[in-house]
Design a protein around this ligand. Structure first.
Ligand code: NAD
Length: 259
């Protein structure tokens, strides 16, 4: 379905981004991966699923740095012509009450979880407009729709990302370019494992009990959403059925925000 299209997924060496990259590769898209840590393992995982001659490339831009983001966008355009599907996924978390929140963590969360989407989008839109086809998919969060204590930077960034998604969707509403957000609940990735481990240590309980407690606090389904499920939703946004889905913030969260 996506043969000949190029997808750039930021923060795709792990977790949700890697799951979405795999799903898009399986539909035939070329995929540009990005992120920290080992790139060869994720590249091999994505390449193993590629169809229709889809190729995989990697660029290690730090998404908190606008100049590196520009280099990433140039790399993708030089390698594959242009970015047709932009998945803004890179993100980090820090948990602390506002009066204790480290200023450098606040700045990093806003830069990576929110500002990076502005930079990639502003650089991707001209070619998408020219082609009259494009998909911008922003990985927000249930925390883009509702708040939790001790996550002020993350909640601010994710609410901002949902607003950004809608504004861009309106600017592009008469074109073939759509902009939408996905709002996952808990997904068992390194980002959440850190929070589970901290909970277990703070309460002197097992990691399994901490994991059950984390789910029970927020998710009526008591189940984690998976990167594969989120990948399938991203593929739907890229399908012809997604042509007129514009500016949504689609929660896949086990009922979290339905409460
Ligand atoms: P993860 O830690 O598994 O993956 C994060 C990815 O971002 C990694 O590839 C990492 O290398 C990359 N990254 C981090 N900082 C970067 C930077 N400065 N530049 C480039 N890459 C960087 O986390 P995840 O859970 O897969 O999270 C992915 C996205 O999903 C994030 O935006 C997160 O906020 C969002 N999200 C996660 C959950 C969850 O429960 N895990 C829920 C809702 C939303």
């Amino acid at each position: 379905m996506l043969a000949g299209k190029t997808a750039l997924v930021t923060g795709s060496t792990s977790g949700i981004g890697l799951g979405i990259a795999k799903a898009l590769a399986a539909q035939g898209a070329h995929v540009v991966l990005n992120g920290f840590g080992d790139a060869n393992g994720p590249m091999a995982e994505v390449a193993a699923l590629a169809t229709s001659g889809g190729q995989v490339a990697f660029h290690g831009a730090d998404m908190s740095k606008p100049a590196e983001i520009e280099a990433l966008m140039q790399f993708a355009a030089q390698r594959f012509g242009q970015v047709d599907i932009l998945v803004n996924n890179a993100g980090i978390q820090h948990v602390a009450n506002v009066e204790d929140f480290p200023v450098d963590k606040w700045d990093a969360i806003i830069a990576i979880n929110l500002c990076s989407a502005f930079h990639t989008t502003r650089l991707a839109v001209p070619a998408m407009r020219a082609a009259n086809w494009g998909r911008i998919i922003n990985i927000a969060s249930a925390h883009g729709l509702v708040a939790s204590a001790a996550k002020s930077a993350y909640v601010a960034a994710k609410h901002g990302l949902v607003g950004f998604t809608k504004s861009v969707a309106l600017e592009l509403a008469t074109t073939g370019v759509t902009s939408n957000a996905i709002c996952p609940g808990w997904v068992l990735t390194p980002l959440v494992q850190k929070q589970i481990d901290a909970k277990a240590a703070a309460q002197g309980i097992s990691v399994a009990d901490a994991s059950r407690q984390l789910l029970a606090e927020k998710e009526p389904s008591l189940q984690f959403t998976t990167p594969d499920e989120l990948g399938a939703l991203a593929v739907f946004f890229c399908s012809p059925a997604g042509n007129n889905v514009r500016g949504v913030a689609w929660n896949m969260d086990g009922g979290w925000v339905a409460q």
